[in-house]
Design a protein around this ligand. Structure first.
Ligand code: GDP
Length: 331
């Protein structure tokens, strides 16, 4: 029979996390990721207690299509970041993990050097039933990592879907990794994602690929020029790098440092985080309402009938939705 794991007291989680104890940190994250209501109650108390110790980090979103070199980049760039004595936590938003349970980042083996770095903490991506659920877990995980002293946070996501918007909503700096392709440079990735980027790095700028990357760099620079300026006054730069040759990584780190400095000076850094926190609350409300609605047994039954009625044109979708919401209010 399934046995529930023994839980620690709230104070034990809080003390462990604040002392930077990786084992307790992992246990606290497990609570956050748990599907048990009882675990959530403990997790919420832990988060509330550690909250004053959060926020002291730079949160960096890293995205790009599969194969662009994200894990290789994170490993090399991560080693650079920890070489300056920064404590680095690497997390992921991976909506595909619902299916695979594995994830873009679950496999520490892909980042074996970073995984054994005492200054780094790699957490496999949370699996969840929806992007909303996964992102809430990742945000809470991020807070726990900050309270444990991690002052640089990477949040990785695959550049194929809406998870970029979610990640953009929880980070300070959004780094888009791109490949130098022949010809159609802008095809691979949606324009909207490029507009979100605070910097673009063209990966694999080594060997024979170097010249192609420099060409792509010029083309992307031109493309970014056409975008409207950002409200914070930041002009995204396009850089090239090689995670294998360790080329260009320092310039990316310097770009992030420059961004943090400038955005702190003009206050955008803090106002953006305030905005993100308020948005987060609304996300949680929407997510919780949706969960409650769809897990209601009466509603689930009515939905089956009404879906058929919609298909058979017996009822318009709007009326069906109204009926369901009315029914839900009465439960
Ligand atoms: P991900 O799917 O975005 O995580 O990409 P990976 O990090 O797994 O890399 C995909 C492939 O590109 C692998 O075969 C890597 O060895 C290769 N790769 C990654 N970074 C570089 C690089 O800087 N230079 C070169 N030449 N190959 C790279």
């Amino acid at each position: 029979m399934y046995q529930r794991k023994r839980r620690l007291k709230v104070e034990a989680y809080v003390d462990g996390v604040l002392n930077g104890d990786k084992i307790i940190l992992s246990k606290a994250i497990t609570l956050v990721e748990s599907t048990l209501e009882s675990d959530h109650l403990i997790a919420e108390q832990v988060i509330e207690k550690i909250l004053p110790h959060t926020g002291n980090s730079v949160r960096i979103g890293i995205t790009g299509v599969p194969g662009v070199g994200k894990s290789t980049f994170i490993e090399s760039f991560g080693k650079l970041v920890t070489s300056f004595n920064n404590k680095l936590a690497v997390l992921a938003i991976d909506p595909s993990s619902q299916r695979s349970k594995g994830s873009i980042l679950g496999d520490k083996t892909r980042m074996s050097n970073l995984a054994i770095d005492p200054l780094a903490y790699i957490r496999p991506s949370a699996a969840g039933s929806s992007l909303g659920g996964v992102s809430t877990k990742t945000r809470e995980t991020m807070l726990l990592c900050e309270a444990a002293g991690y002052n640089v946070i990477f949040i990785e996501t695959v550049g194929v879907g809406q998870s970029e918007t979610t990640v953009k909503g929880m980070v300070d700096f959004f780094l888009l990794l791109m490949l130098a392709g022949a010809g159609d440079e802008l095809q691979g990735i949606k324009k909207g994602i490029m507009e979100m980027a605070d910097a673009i790095a063209i990966t694999k700028a080594d060997g024979d690929n170097k010249a192609k990357c420099q060409r792509a760099q010029r083309e992307y620079k031109n493309a970014l020029h056409l975008f409207p300026p950002s409200e914070n006054g930041w002009y995204p730069n396009v850089l090239t790098c090689s995670a294998i040759d360790n080329h260009g990584l320092m310039a990316i780190w310097e770009e992030i440092e420059k961004y943090s400095k400038e955005m702190k000076k003009n206050n955008f850094f803090f106002s953006n985080r305030q905005f993100q926190n308020v948005e987060w609350m609304h996300d949680i409300i929407l997510y919780s309402l949706k969960q409650k609605f769809y897990s209601n047994k009466k509603i689930a039954n009515s939905i089956i009938t009404l879906e058929k009625d919609i298909k058979n044109k017996k009822i318009p979708a709007i009326s069906a939705a109204r009926n369901l919401l009315k029914e839900y209010q009465q439960t």
